[in-house]
Design a protein around this ligand. Structure first.
Ligand SMILES: [Zn+2]
Length: 428
């Protein structure tokens, strides 16, 4: 069986890569002076306008496979030695032989998703008010309920976790192997709670990074003494997201689902409910000039350019948006609903689906959907999300959360039926 038939584009005209670059990757022409397309090659230049990486047309199929199959450290080594050099036929052959069949799948039962690996990332991690304040993912306000006042307390990390466990259970019933990046409601991606991490691991991690010269002395001192919230913003947020991407990539998923619940940006500082409500899905792309500074980011960029990952992400996201709109009854966000949709995103041809260069949409090596199903602070949703009025496997959750999990579930089933298995059978 062909090893990575799902995401690799076989040799095409460079022109099609240029079109893809304009459509998904080049945010406001920021990369016009860095990435160049010729009839026989693609060039990435460095700060001094020297050729840093050159990919020749006939190398594309091999490099595309390598970008999906190889570990990031090996890829860095590979591109640091390749640079503008032409790969010999022997090198190309040996790359093809060495690539593991990581994207192949082997059916183990008659169930429709047997042999399929799906990663689920429930966004954020706070399961208590103190931690939710640190990660700034707490909605806390009073609302009118009939003629009484009531308090709304929503922790995004709880909503995403409940959604993830329901979705995981439904997918397992269809035969899928499922990974959730957080092992329980209290844990972050390091397997323990943030508070426990702060107590037991913070000092060791900072010392070790400082000793490896990965932190300057000033930054090290600052991180040792600053408040928890500053520590979260300056260090932990990105550090923990990287851990999520590592866990996901080690699992070699065929598909990744990243679950978030949004708030209405114009409702800042979220002291009252809003009448607005909208949904959106993010996929990778939308690079700015400074996003291409390090080799690792050039590798992510090349993977999105040369493989089919971004097109497949667009397909699962389009399906997800259909369920958000028609099943959850939440309209797709329009560009003027939020500033970030105008400044850091490229809208795709699919309603509500935007390219955005987030750490996870860049680092994860599989088709993905980063879903923001609704605004939690919407006047109706905040009530629906506060009520634990539904039981699933002995777990009390809001009915609305079950519906969100079901929306993801239905779109995943359709993605495998309509995209994944179709591609697979046509190429085998
Ligand atoms: Zn979120």
């Amino acid at each position: 069986m062909d090893s990575s038939v799902f995401n690799v584009v076989l040799s095409q005209d460079i022109q099609t890569y240029k079109e893809k670059f304009d459509k998904y990757l080049n945010l406001n022409h920021s990369l016009d002076s860095i990435v160049f397309f010729y009839s026989d090659k693609i060039i990435i230049k460095d700060k001094n306008a020297r050729e840093d990486i050159v990919i020749y047309k006939d190398e594309i199929p091999v490099i595309a496979k390598l970008l999906e199959a190889e570990k990031l450290e090996q890829l860095e080594q590979f591109f640091n030695t390749k640079k503008a050099r032409v790969l010999s036929n022997r090198e190309k052959d040996s790359i093809l032989i060495s690539i593991d069949e990581i994207y192949s799948f082997h059916k183990k039962s008659h169930l429709p998703l047997s042999g399929i690996r799906i990663a689920i990332d429930p966004g954020h991690f706070a399961n208590d008010i103190k931690t939710a304040r640190v990660e700034q993912r707490l909605l806390y306000f009073t609302i009118q309920k009939g003629n009484k006042k009531d308090t709304v307390k929503l922790l995004e990390g709880q909503l995403t976790y409940w959604t993830a466990i329901i979705l995981a259970d439904k997918l397992k019933q269809q035969g899928a192997e499922v990974l959730i990046t957080r092992p329980n409601e209290n844990a972050c991606a390091f397997g323990i709670s943030f508070q426990e991490w702060m107590k037991k691991r913070k000092d060791k991690v900072l010392d070790s990074l400082y000793n490896q010269h990965l932190l300057t002395y000033d930054k090290y001192k600052k991180l040792k003494t600053c408040s928890e919230m500053q520590f979260f913003n300056l260090f932990f947020k990105e550090y923990e997201l990287l851990q999520r991407s590592k866990i996901i990539n080690q699992f070699n998923p065929h598909l990744t689902i990243i679950i978030h619940y949004n708030v209405d940006e114009k409702n800042n500082p979220w002291k009252n409910p809003t009448f607005s409500n909208y949904s959106m899905c993010f996929i990778g792309g939308a690079f700015k000039e400074k996003d291409l500074d390090k080799m690792i980011n050039k590798i992510h960029f090349l993977r999105l350019l040369l493989t089919n990952q971004i097109e497949n992400s667009e397909k699962i996201s389009h399906l997800t948006m259909q369920y958000f709109e028609n099943y959850l009854n939440i309209n797709a966000a329009k560009k003027d609903d939020a500033k970030y949709l105008q400044t850091v995103c490229i809208p795709t041809h699919q309603k509500g689906v935007y390219c955005r260069n987030l750490l996870l949409t860049r680092h994860i090596i599989s088709p993905l959907v980063y879903g923001e199903s609704m605004c939690q602070d919407n006047e109706k949703e905040c009530k629906a999300l506060s009520e634990k009025n539904f039981e699933y496997n002995g777990y009390k959750v809001p009915k609305r959360v079950y519906e969100v999990a079901d929306a993801y579930y239905n779109s995943i089933i359709r993605y495998f039926e309509e995209v994944f298995f179709k591609n697979y059978s046509s190429k085998n």
